[in-house]
Every structure is written in C-alpha cells, then in structure tokens.
Design a protein around this ligand. Structure first.
Ligand code: GLY
Length: 414
C-alpha cells in the first residue's frame, strides 16, 4: 500500500472529470485522475447534441437556463481546448448548424406544438415549419412527416474527439491512474484524499468527484443513479444521411440522428439514439432497442437503410434526484461535478466554469460569470446533503475511510 500527494485529485476520467483535470492543470495544480477506464462511461455512448432547447423539459426551467448558459460558452471552450491540445481549429467537431425537429403522426405533432409553446414561454428559439420546408432544409428527410420545427440554436460536437483532446492535455501535464476509487478519505469533516481499489492512498488539497452515476457510492450527498441508454453508430453515405441533427418522435417514441461532418471518402458517422431506462447499470445492448431505434430513425431518414451499423453502445447517464447536476464545493476539500443526466456534453463548458471558480482559475469565455451564476442557482452541490448525508454520517458511514486510515496511508511514497 503506497500513497501519493497532489493538489487536485479527480475521481472519474470521463469528459467531465478530464475537463476538471484540465482546468486544475491550467491553475498550475498538480493533478491525478483516478479511473479504471477513462472515457468508457456515459461519454462513450454520448451522441454530442448541444441542445438546451429540445432537451428543455416541462417544469425544469432551471435546466434550460443551465443549458443555454453552457451553450454560450462552447465556442470558446472548444477553441481553448483545441489550442491546449495542439489540434487544428474544428478538431473537436463543434458544428453550429441548428437542429430539425420532426413529428411522425398527428399525435406527435400535437406533442411537438406543446413543446414549441413551452419554448415561446421561456424565450427559447424554435419555429414550426411545413414538411416541405423541413425537406428543403434537410433533403435526407423522407416523405412521412406530419410536421416539423427549426431550432437554430441547438448544435452538436463530437464527444469522443473532445474526450481525446482532454486526454492528450491531461496525459501531457498530469497523471492518470487506471484504478477505481473505493472511498473518500476524511479528516475532521474535511475531504483530504481517497483510496483506490488496490488500497493505495492519495492525499489531495481538493478532491473533484466526477464519477458519473457511481459518484453516490463515494459520497452519499451526491445521490446519483444510473440511467442507461443505447446509441448506435452508423457509417453512412454523406448524400444519403442528414447534414444537421434530426430529432423527433415516432408515435411517442423519441429518436435522434446526429451526423458528423463528411469525411474525404464521402461518408460520415451518424449517431442514432437513444433509449433511456431506469434500471441497474450494465453495458448490455438489448436487441429490441437496436430494432426500435433503427425503425424509428428510418421513419424520418430512409437513406439510413443503406448505412453500415458499426457500433452499438449502452452506458449509463448519471441522474440525480431532480435530474439537475451538482457542481461546486459540497464540503471542505470536496468539489462535485456530477449528475449531468442527459446533458453531460452540453454542460461540460458550464462545468468548466464552475470548476474554474471552485479552484480559482481564470475562466474560459466572456460569458462564464453568467454560467457560474446559473450553476449557483440551479446546480447547488449541497442541496441533497441534509437529506442523504448529514455531517454526522460523513465520518461514520461504511463507505468512507476514517481519518485514522487516512493517516496510515498518507505516509507512503508519492
Ligand atoms: N443527450 C441525449 C441523451 O442523453 O440521450
């Protein structure tokens, strides 16, 4: 059993954890990331929609505000990351070309119009268009369409490219340990590190808990749950597939298709998603889910029939009790960056701003102050602590390593 010391220990190497690690490195901190398989959680399945408008849910105006504030930061975030990773502009695949919403039958159109009314009420930009106008905007859309809407401010990015850029930056300047954290280490009410699955200890000035749906197993005040979803990756002819995001409902079932820019061989990746289940986490893809996603996607985009099915991926989103994220200082020494549910990619830029504030780093993007204000208002990291983890239970719960254990682990080699 050994121990190492760092300024910032990040638990979780997905897009959120590596974003926190990058921001800490920018602050000049020494950083260790703990994750047995970085990027193999929700990040791996994510399609990359940046969609504060079409992800806005009835009764969740705060989340729409978080999403809108984060979207405003994305161009500066992408540019800064590409620069830090030594990549060409555009390498992380940010595309600001809008989204086409589609309704399959008259009931789907009724539901879509309710949603458009909500957008009007909340000042989110969307406008109903005719099926002909929809086909004009996106020629890959087929004939079977009851109605459509254009959403100019819902965009997309390539989550795997973003994660790859973050991984390059963090590998060059920090340390990634491919092990799982099994407990936080507490001393007199302060988080002072963590212990990994091999029993090695890490002493840190700040621990950032970004372990996705597993965060709650390490800190009861972050009561996350798995929300598994399946996405499919297709390799499609560029002229038989959409150029913009197309999403909607087929007889009440939601479906989306998120295209990447075409490659030089005239083909492109299209990500089709997604199921959303309340069950335990596993990576097993159900045959019926693949069938239903393809059936519903081809109802709008018949050209996808010719695409090659390259990958089926099932991973769990991190849900919180109110499905809003937990961002910022939750206890002395502990910063949360978890609970992003369906919007982990969208909220990555806002999470960076929240971590910057928590760690005292100069923020990326001129609208970071607005994002941090939204995070303070709608992503309070302490809102579940009283219910799920009172101060007394911090030190007594089985999942937490006691202060005594900490003192025996911190003396080893760094
Ligand atoms: N962001 C879309 C999804 O979680 O399926």
């Amino acid at each position: 059993m050994s121990s190492r010391a760092c300024d910032v220990l990040v638990i979780g190497g997905g897009i959120i954890g590596l974003t926190a690690a990058w921001r800490a490195l920018e602050a000049g901190a020494s950083v260790v990331v703990l994750d047995p398989a970085p990027g193999d959680g929700a990040t791996h399945a994510a399609a990359g929609m940046l969609a504060p408008v079409l992800e806005a849910g009835f009764g969740e105006p705060g989340q729409a505000r978080l999403g809108t504030a984060s979207l405003a930061l994305w161009p500066a975030f992408a540019e800064a990351l590409e620069h830090a990773a030594g990549l060409a502009p555009g390498a992380v695949g940010l595309e600001t070309t809008g989204t086409l919403a589609v309704a399959y039958d008259s009931d789907d159109l009724v539901a879509m119009r309710r949603m458009l009314a909500l957008h009007r009420e909340w000042g989110l930009g969307s406008a109903e268009i005719t099926p002909d106008e929809a086909r004009h905007r996106e020629p890959a859309v087929g004939q079977r369409l009851a109605g459509a809407a254009w959403v100019p401010r819902d965009h997309r990015v390539d989550p795997r490219a973003v994660h790859g850029a973050l991984a390059a930056v963090v590998a060059a300047r920090g340390t990634v340990v491919r092990r799982a954290a099994v407990s936080l280490t507490w001393a007199e009410g302060t988080v002072v590190g963590a212990v990994d699955e091999a029993g090695d200890g890490y002493a840190a000035g700040t621990v950032v808990l970004a372990a996705g749906h597993a965060s709650g197993t390490l800190f009861a005040g972050a009561p996350t749950r798995p929300v598994p979803g399946t996405t499919l990756r297709l390799d499609a002819a560029a002229d038989r597939s959409p150029a913009v995001v197309v999403r909607g409902a087929v007889q009440g079932r939601p479906v989306y298709a998120v295209p990447r820019a075409p490659r030089s061989d005239g083909r492109r990746e299209v990500v089709v998603g997604a199921t959303s289940d309340e069950r335990e986490d596993d990576h097993l893809t159900r045959a019926g889910d693949v069938f239903a996603l393809l059936r519903d996607a081809r109802a709008f985009l018949p050209g996808l029939d010719d695409a090659v099915l390259v990958e089926t991926t099932t991973r769990s989103r991190p849900g919180s009790p109110d499905n809003a994220p937990l961002l910022g200082r939750a206890a002395d020494g502990l910063c949360l960056a978890t609970g992003h549910h369906r919007n982990g990619i969208l909220l990555t830029a806002l999470t960076a701003a929240a971590v910057d504030r928590a760690l005292g780093v100069a923020p990326v993007g001129s609208q970071a102050a607005e994002a941090v204000e939204a995070a303070d208002q709608f992503a309070d990291p302490r809102r579940f602590v009283d219910t799920y983890a009172s101060a007394d239970t911090y030190m007594s719960a089985d999942t937490y390593t006691s202060a005594d254990t900490y003192s025996t682990t911190r003396g080893g080699t760094a």
